[in-house]
Design a protein around this ligand. Sequence first.
Ligand code: SDX
Length: 428
Amino acid sequence: MSNDTLTITDNRTGQTYEIPVTHDTINAMDLRQIKVNPDDFGMLSYDPGFKNTASTKSAITYIDGGKGILRYRGYPIEQLAGKSNFLEVAYLVMFGELPTEDQYQKWSYDILHHTFLHENIKQLMDAFRHDAHPMGMFIATVAALSTYYPEARNIFNEKDRMKQIVRLIAKVPTIAAFSYRHSRGLPYVYPDNDLSYAGNFLSMLDKMTQVKYTPKPELEKALDVLFTLHVDHEQNCGTATMRVIGSSNTDPYSAMAGAAAALYGPLHGGANEAVLRMLMEIGDVKNVPAFVKGVKSRERLLMGFGHRVYKNYDPRARIIKKIADEVFEITGRNALLDIALELERIALEDDFFVQRSLYPNVDFYSGIIYQAMGFPVAMFPVLFAIPRTVGWLAQWIELLNDKEQKIARPRQIFLGEDERDYVPMSVR
Ligand code: SDX
């Protein structure tokens, strides 16, 4: 008998079972043989929030939460943020290897020349209220794109599939910029395909009457690094949603609209917006101790802190904090940064946070930089969704190619009423 097994004794029956162990994991279906009566359904595992459940095998992103390690396809995030750029990292995450010069040139050309949206999309955008949240506009527009490209439903046709992947990565900055311009009552700015991915995005956001927009190189670079840091993060809530929706074989636009909707939540990608609102509510460094007291008495969460996987400093937060200094060189120091630094100082010393391994996560400092760069707070989750489009699509491809995957359909523990007969209204 191989040692790579668990021996489980069911004390209800005295029966023992040998359950194989691979990758330090058991296959949940192997529990189903554990029964009291032969016609029982068999044993399930119960795991709300999937805290201890692997839903897939993956080769894309590796995280060691205890050591604060994050690698895309084996490359440490610190090296990619320092030496690569968003489009090259997008290629790496999508295809598994760093591109050659020719591969990179073709990939960049394809992405930077599919940035336009169908003109109809402008009417769709115009239908939103002036104060519509840009993330709501983003989600709706991504879903709407599925109606422009019906061939996207041919998800097992590699050529059609790759066309949609290029379109989505290329168009999400345009969708984001259009939703921003709509919220400001400004005319939409068409993409400028001569600019970089981040530079074109800045142009579509800020261009006014100038013939050619020239982005500030430092801000363009900072945004490119921020995009790189947000590309993928293994089976987070938004990506797990992409996989669940994708498992029904729907098109990538519809699946990604769902993933973006999950990201929008303040416990997930919406946390960067929630962090800024929290800092603005605190208002002054002198109010930090009272605020922390409220967190410790469970009146509220310290947004931008804590993580399901990282029980150490989120490596992305460390890099973003460094970028903050570079951005503030240009934009001027931000008073909210002082409040954030004081919150971090207290949290890293205070037992309440230390005992719960609550460290700053990726959202804690990103919002401060975005605000310093002039983005309205409501745009922050959209800035997260743009680069995460690459991770969602890479994970979606991995799902489609994984022969072990099936349509997602969890089980439940039923605690409701037993069978009972209908009671006429007259006797209720
Ligand atoms: C992202 O999963 C990913 O990879 C996500 C992400 C990605 O790249 O996709 O990394 C991006 O979503 C980052 C997280 C952004 N969210 C926030 O900053 C919101 C604030 N954080 C919390 O809501 C919370 O930390 C979560 C949701 C991030 C994680 O929650 P868990 O893992 O379910 O942990 P938990 O809620 O069970 O908390 C454990 C304990 C609890 O205390 P006890 O009941 O044990 O006494 O820690 C406490 C919680 O009350 N706690 C917090 C806290 N986070 C957890 N207390 C105060 N403030 C917090 N932020």
